[in-house]
Design a protein around this ligand. Structure first.
Ligand code: GTP
Length: 490
């Protein structure tokens, strides 16, 4: 098999590839699993009250704002990348004439990705600050990659927005159509409520305080408008390339030292509020990626969105009747016996036909199966759209990493954005900035006639499971709305 065939097989997209059924591993006994779950809950509860708390963060921002450079540099400063690796990255990037990308090299092409021969949608890394373990979801800034960003944001507890301070660059990202705006609205709509804004490349504007203030003043009202509480919005001036004000305060020799005495980026990361974990809820593991396991079998990645997952247990894959045994749980290279709600992990699965593993499917414990729905009601917020939404508008529905064709089948009511009360029943159209209750119905992807059935997707009301109840609505490649699931209909 050559590399591209391996990639296809690993991604499970090639239906014609010979199906390799991985032999079943003996599953653990129910009593042994129960014991592990109890142990996990005890440890997780202790962690919730402990010193070092974990959370995840999506890194967003306009293309070339310096996201990967900042993350590469932070990994180095916080001791996650050694000197040898740094020199190798410097050489690797110089060799292909991209020296300025030497820090980004670490995230844009990790050793692991090269060995696996696949490019992950989102690079996963962990940052260790004194009081936090932060899983980084580095989202690509290109417009075409917005769906991948959605997948990252729907797994995140917080966001780091990187903006380029250079004259004209910040403006390009912030104007209509720029990713700064769209990313902020997206992450907020997906339930991320805290954001750190890193105003980067200050070296490009001679470390000007007035430029920094100007950018903060432009962003502040927009953040409030997008639904971020000012107390959960922090700003920090940095220069990622030179590593200024990332983990260490600017040295006395730096022009930034003369006017900035506030926290460093790492100080702000260290103070991020960790989410409360629903470890007692039903186990939900939506699959965000499927690939060939590092040693054997097939692996899936994703975030535990409820409950605790235990190595050795046999889980149902929903939709469908198939099951898989969790052979191993991998968290940032470490094999762990269990993972609780909120953790981003890779699972090696056995006793499963890889064909039954799809992005968007949910692993559940038998007896706690996630419901399937093909129509439901939702509360949505309409983004900055040109063409209004009417009943019957065709859309693409994004739920976790899955996108399916759907339509806004009914406009139920118009809601007041601030208090959610009904302003008008049965509105005829929805326009920019409106909040509404609507009915959404899945459509068939192919136009093969009425006989073909719409396949329902796993979904839960937001009131039952926040992670399982968030949706995004896109039309013609543009995100037109986002919201939460209220009630499943059929
Ligand atoms: N002058 C200056 N250049 C920087 C700084 N940080 C990043 N850059 C440069 O900006 C360019 C883009 O950096 P990346 O880190 O690749 O940006 P990105 O936001 O990850 O880009 P995408 O992943 O393509 O969206 C590179 O050439 C970097 O060297 C900085 O603090 N100062």
């Amino acid at each position: 098999m050559d590399q591209s065939e391996l990639d296809m097989a690993g991604l499970n997209l090639n239906d014609d590839a010979p199906v390799e059924v991985i032999p079943e591993e003996p599953a653990k006994t129910p009593a042994a699993i129960e014991k592990l779950i109890e142990e996990a809950k005890t440890v997780l509860t202790a962690q919730e009250n402990g010193e070092k708390r974990s959370l995840s963060m999506v890194v967003v921002g306009h293309v070339d704002a310096g996201k990967s450079t900042m993350m590469g540099r932070l990994l180095y400063e916080l001791g996650r990348m050694d000197e040898k690796k740094r020199i190798a990255n410097e050489r690797g990037s110089a060799k292909v004439g991209k020296s300025s990308f030497s820090w980004a090299w670490e995230l844009d092409g990790t050793q692991e990705e090269r060995e696996r021969g696949i490019t992950m949608d989102i690079a996963l890394q962990t940052l260790n600050t004194p009081h936090r373990v932060i899983t980084i979801l580095d989202a690509p800034g290109h417009r075409d990659f917005i769906p991948n960003m959605i997948s990252g944001a729907s797994q995140a507890d917080s966001a780091l927005l990187v903006v380029d301070a250079a004259v004209g660059e910040f403006e390009a990202g912030f104007e209509r159509g720029g990713q700064t705006r769209e990313h902020l609205i997206l992450v907020r709509s997906l339930g991320v409520s805290q954001v750190i804004v890193a105003v980067n490349k200050l070296d490009q504007v001679e470390w000007s305080k007035s430029r920094y203030d100007e950018i903060c003043d432009l962003l502040k009202p927009f953040l409030v408008q997008s639904g971020f509480h000012p107390s959960k919005t922090k700003f920090v001036p940095v220069a990622a390339m030179e590593g200024v004000n990332l983990s260490l305060p600017p040295p006395a020799t730096s022009p930034l030292h003369s006017w900035y005495k506030g926290p460093t980026l790492v100080d702000l990361l260290d103070a991020l509020e960790p989410p409360s974990r629903d470890i007692n809820g039903s186990l939900r593991f939506p699959i965000s990626n499927v690939f060939k396991g590092a040693t054997s079998g097939i692996a899936v990645s994703g975030r535990v969105c409820g409950g605790v997952i235990v190595a050795g247990e046999r889980l149902r894959i929903v939709p469908g009747d198939e099951s898989a045994t969790v052979k191993a749980i991998d968290n940032d290279g470490d094999s762990i016996p269990w993972a609780g709600a909120g953790s981003n992990v890779n699972l090696t699965l056995t006793g499963v036909d890889p064909i039954s593993l799809n992005v968007g499917s949910v692993l559940c414990r038998p007896g706690q199966i996630v419901p399937l729905a093909s129509s439901f009601t939702a509360k949505i917020i309409v983004f900055d759209i040109q063409i209004p939404i009417t009943a019957g508008t065709s859309v693409e529905l994004f739920h976790h990493s899955r996108d399916v064709p759907a339509s806004i089948s009914r406009l139920i009511s118009l809601l007041d954005r601030s208090n959610g009360s009904v302003v008008k029943n049965k509105p005829r159209v929805l326009t920019k900035g409106m909040s509404a209750e609507v009915e959404i119905s899945l459509r068939n992807a192919t136009y093969s006639g009425p006989a073909s059935r719409v396949l329902p997707i796993p979904l839960e009301p937001f009131s039952v499971n926040k992670d399982m109840g968030r949706i995004l609505i896109r039309r013609g490649g543009e995100t037109i709305g986002a919201g939460v699931v209220l009630e499943l209909l059929t």
